[in-house]
Design a protein around this ligand. Structure first.
Ligand SMILES: [Zn+2]
Length: 217
C-alpha cells in the first residue's frame, strides 16, 4: 500500500525563520516526508481574517520554504488556517471586511465567523486564495476545519446559519414569502416522522458549503 506522508507545520516569519527552515529540511529527509503543509497565522498568531497586505511576509517566507524543500525533494502545500473563522476570542472584522456573519439557532450573531452565502466574504476568500496560488504556487491549498456551520461561538449553540440570507433562500425553497428562525427550528427538530422541511434544510446546508468551494476552484 502506498501513502503520502504530509507534515502539518508552522514557521512564523518573525521567529528565526531561517533556522526553522533548515531544521525542517533536515527533518523531512530523515523522516521521509513527501509534502509539508505550511500553516499561515495559525492558533494564537491569528488576528482575524487576514488581509493580502498582512499575508505578504508569510507569502515571502513560503517561497523560501518551497525552494529549500525542493532541494530535498519535498513538496510544499499551504493552509491559510481560516476560511469562515472558527471563533473570535476577541478578534473582530477589519475595515473593508463587510461580511454577513453567521447566526446561530439561538439568534446569537457570530462576532467574526462569516456566513458562506455572503458574497463579500466569497469574493475576499477567492482573492486571497488566488493571491497565494499565484505567488507561492503550492501543490495544494488546504481548507481548515472551520469550513462548517456548527461549532462557532458558544452562544450560537450547535450553530447556523439562520442569517437573513439563509432564511430568505430557504423561504424560496419551501415556496413561502418568508420564514422565521423559530418556524424553521420547530419544523426541522419536530419529533416523529421527519417534517418535509428537514430535508430541504439539509439541502440548503449542502448548497451553503459546496457553492463557495466551487468558486474557489
Ligand atoms: Zn447565513
Amino acid at each position: 500500500m502506498s501513502y503520502r506522508h504530509i507534515l502539518r507545520y508552522l514557521i512564523c516569519p518573525t521567529h528565526h525563520p531561517e533556522d526553522r527552515v533548515e531544521e525542517l529540511a533536515k527533518f523531512c529527509q530523515a523522516a521521509r516526508v513527501d509534502e509539508v503543509m505550511i500553516l499561515f497565522f495559525a492558533e494564537e498568531l491569528t488576528n482575524g481574517h487576514p488581509t493580502i497586505e498582512e499575508m505578504k511576509p508569510w507569502v515571502e517566507l513560503m517561497k523560501k520554504i518551497k525552494s529549500r524543500l525542493a532541494q530535498v525533494g519535498v513538496d510544499l502545500s499551504v493552509n491559510p488556517w481560516t476560511t469562515t473563522f472558527h471563533v473570535a476570542r476577541g478578534r473582530r472584522l477589519k475595515p473593508g471586511q463587510d461580511f454577513t456573519l453567521m447566526v446561530g439557532e439561538t439568534g446569537a450573531v457570530a462576532r467574526i465567523s462569516a456566513c458562506p452565502l455572503c458574497e463579500n466574504w466569497r469574493k475576499y476568500l477567492c482573492e486571497l486564495f488566488a493571491h497565494v496560488a499565484a505567488e507561492v504556487k503550492p501543490v495544494a491549498i488546504w481548507v481548515e476545519d472551520d469550513w462548517r456551520l456548527h461549532n462557532h461561538e458558544p452562544e450560537m449553540k450547535f450553530g447556523g446559519c439562520f442569517c437573513d440570507l439563509h432564511l430568505k433562500r430557504f423561504a424560496g425553497m419551501v415556496k413561502r414569502q418568508s420564514v422565521t428562525r423559530q418556524e424553521v427550528l420547530d419544523a426541522i427538530l419536530a419529533p416523529g416522522r421527519p417534517h418535509p422541511w428537514r430535508a430541504q434544510w439539509l439541502e440548503l446546508w449542502r448548497q451553503t458549503m459546496i457553492e463557495p468551494a466551487l468558486e474557489l476552484r
